[in-house]
Design a protein around this ligand. Sequence first.
Ligand code: TYD
Length: 140
Amino acid sequence: MSLREQYRIIKFADFGDERGNLVVIEGDGMDIPFDIKRVFYIYGSDSEVVRGSHANIETEFLLVNVSGTSKVRVDNGYEEEIIELNKPRTGLYLSNMLWKDMYDFSPDSVLLVLASRHYDPDEYIRDYDEYLNIIKRKKS
Ligand code: TYD
């Protein structure tokens, strides 16, 4: 599968009016392809910090910088791409089995993450060589 099929930029509806903005993300195939099982958010990371650096065997993710900006590097073992997150209305969908790094956090960055699975440390691959071995084994 090409990298382009493994991630997607998704724009969400904004029901903003004179009172302010309201952005809605519905799960279960409505706005994003999965049922949302877990929500977490990352803030207060310095600009030189690199987070993530793992792949997930099962979990799919949706990332939104609801405040500030950050960058996400996605890598499928063959290709890589860097996506900048800088709009509260725009999310990045990531399929499972993608290697990802999050970095270049602005001081006001709040990175909201929606996940398709509950947390399970056993489905994280944190060693890049191990990730590559799994990917290359799958292909052959
Ligand atoms: P980590 O996976 O290093 O976060 P990131 O990939 O965003 O840099 O997680 C940091 C710690 O938080 C680690 O001890 C595991 C824990 N954690 C949970 O318990 N549940 C979760 O959903 C997440 C994302 C992390």
